[in-house]
Design a protein around this ligand. Structure first.
Ligand code: ADP
Ligand code: ASP
Ligand code: MG
Length: 401
C-alpha cells in the first residue's frame, strides 16, 4: 500500500462536473488500496474574484484581512469535493489548512510553512478516510490565517508529502505535463517525460507557473517524487526527480515572466561605493533586485539599471528619487513595458555557444535585447513586452525543433 498526495488546481475543480470527475480520480486511487491525501485550490477564478471584491471595498486592505478572505476559496473546494466523494460512497474528511496542522511564519500574503503537525491527518488516514486538505493556507503563531502566495497550493501538497513520507505527489492541472514552453504561447512546445528538480526550479522561478517554485524547492530538499499530469485527460504526465539524462537536450525549456519593471539611475558619479549605496538601500527596504547592468563610466558618470517585480516598482522608484538628490545623479527612469525570457537546461554547462544561439534567434526575429543575465543552467534576456511571445517562439524553435 502506498501513500499518495494528489493536488488539484483551480481549473480542475471549477464546476460540479469537474469536482465529480476529480472525485472519481481520487476514489479510483483509493480503491486500488492506497492511502490518499488530496489538496485542492479554490475553484476556477475564485481567488481573483475575491481580490476584486476586496479592491471594491478597500484597495489598501491589510494583508491579514486579505488572507482571511482569500483562504475562504479553498474552504469551499474541500467541502464540495468531500461531498462528491461521499456521494460515491467512500469515507472522506475535509480539513482546513489549520486543521491539517499547517504552521507558517508570521508574515501574511506570502508566508512560508514552518512545520506541519500531522497527527490529525494521520489519524484520519488511520481510520481509512480519504483526507481532503485546503491548499494555500496555514496558521501563524498569532493563530491568524495566512496564505502561501499565489499558486501556493502546490507547496501545500509537497509539504504534506514530505511530512508524511508519501510515495508520490501528483500535481493534477489543466495541461498534461511540463512542456518545453508554455503551450498557450508556443504552439510547437513539446511535453517532457521527465525533468530534474534543478531545471524545474529554474523554470518555475523564471515564470513557468505550472508549478509554484517553492513546491519544487521543497520536493528537492525532501526528495519527494513529483508528477505533473492532466485532471482532464488520462495521459502520462511529467516526472520531476533528482537526475535525468542531460545529454538528450541542450535546453530543457523556455520561460517568460512579464512581472518585471526596469529602473535606471542615470548619471551617477563614477566613484567607489555608489553601487553599494543603491543596492544596500533597496535591500534594506526588502526589495529584491534581479538583473543588474552598470554602464562603463564616461565623463565621470555612469548609469545603473536593474529589474524588480512590478509590485516593488513604486517603492524602488521612491528610493532612487531620494538617492538621485543625495548622490547628485541626473535622472531616474522606469519602464514596465518589459518582459524577461529565459532558457533553462543543465546541458548548457558543457556546451559552448548556447548564448550565441539564443541571441541569433532573437536577432533573426528583429528583437532587441535590453539586458542579459546568465548562470550555470540558465540565460535570461530582458526585451520589450510587445516582443515577448514572438521571442519565446523564436528561441524555442531554434533549440527544440
Ligand atoms: P492550476 O490551477 O492547476 O494550479 P496553473 O494555471 O497554476 O494551474 O498552471 C497551469 C498553467 O501553467 C498551464 O495552463 C500553462 O498555461 C502554464 N504553463 C506555463 N509554463 C508552462 C510549461 N512550461 N509547461 C506547462 N504549462 C505551463
Ligand atoms: N487559489 C490560490 C491562487 O489562485 C492558490 C493556488 O491556486 O494554488 O493563487
Ligand atoms: Mg497553479
Amino acid at each position: 500500500m502506498s501513500l499518495i498526495v494528489q493536488k488539484f488546481g483551480g481549473s480542475s475543480v471549477a464546476n460540479a462536473e469537474r469536482v465529480l470527475h476529480v472525485a472519481k480520480i481520487v476514489t479510483d486511487t483509493y480503491a486500488k488500496g492506497n492511502s490518499v491525501i488530496v489538496v485542492v485550490s479554490a475553484q476556477g477564478d475564485t481567488t481573483d474574484d475575491l481580490i476584486a471584491k476586496a479592491e471594491e471595498i478597500n484597495p489598501k486592505a491589510s494583508k491579514r484581512e486579505m488572507d482571511m478572505l482569500l483562504s475562504s476559496g479553498e474552504q469551499i473546494s474541500i467541502a464540495l469535493l468531500a461531498m462528491a466523494i461521499e456521494s460515491l460512497g467512500y469515507p472522506v474528511k475535509s480539513l482546513t489548512g489549520w486543521q491539517a496542522g499547517f504552521q507558517t511564519d508570521s508574515s501574511y500574503g506570502n508566508s512560508r510553512i514552518r512545520r506541519i503537525q500531522s497527527e490529525r491527518v494521520e489519524h484520519e488516514l488511520g481510520k481509512g478516510n480519504i483526507c481532503i486538505v485546503a491548499g494555500f493556507q496555514g496558521l501563524n503563531r498569532y493563530d491568524d490565517i495566512t496564505t502561501l502566495g499565489r499558486g501556493g497550493s502546490d507547496t501545500s501538497a509537497v509539504a504534506l508529502a514530505a511530512a508524511l513520507h508519501a510515495d508520490l505527489c501528483q500535481i493534477y492541472t489543466d495541461v498534461d505535463g511540463v512542456y518545453t514552453a508554455d503551450p498557450r504561447i508556443a504552439n510547437k512546445a513539446v511535453k517532457l517525460d521527465e525533468i530534474s528538480y534543478d531545471e524545474m526550479l529554474e523554470l518555475a522561478t523564471l515564470g513557468a507557473n505550472v508549478l509554484h517554485n517553492r513546491s519544487v524547492e521543497m520536493a528537492k530538499k525532501y526528495n519527494v517524487p513529483m508528477e505533473v499530469l492532466s485532471s482532464m485527460k488520462d495521459l502520462p504526465g511529467t516526472q520531476i526527480k533528482e537526475v535525468v539524462d542531460v545529454e538528450k537536450m541542450l535546453i530543457r525549456g523556455v520561460a517568460r515572466d512579464n512581472d518585471v519593471a526596469r529602473l535606471s539611475i542615470i548619471g551617477v558619479p563614477d566613484r567607489p561605493g555608489v553601487a553599494f549605496k543603491v543596492f544596500s538601500t533597496l535591500s534594506a527596504k526588502k526589495i529584491n533586485v534581479d538583473i543588474i547592468l552598470q554602464s562603463i563610466g564616461r565623463d565621470d558618470t555612469k548609469d545603473i539599471s536593474f529589474t524588480v517585480s512590478r509590485s516593488h516598482k513604486q517603492a524602488a522608484m521612491d528610493i532612487l528619487e531620494e538617492l538621485k538628490n543625495s548622490l547628485g545623479a541626473k535622472a531616474v527612469v522606469c519602464d514596465d513595458n518589459v518582459s524577461k525570457v529565459s532558457i533553462v537546461g543543465a546541458g548548457m554547462q558543457s556546451n559552448p555557444g548556447v548564448a550565441a544561439k539564443m541571441f541569433e534567434a532573437l536577432g533573426a526575429a528583429n528583437i532587441n535585447i535590453q539586458m542579459i543575465s546568465t548562470s550555470e543552467i540558465k540565460i535570461s534576456v530582458l526585451i520589450h513586452l510587445n516582443d515577448s511571445e514572438r521571442a519565446v517562439n523564436a528561441i524555442h524553435d531554434a533549440f527544440i525543433i
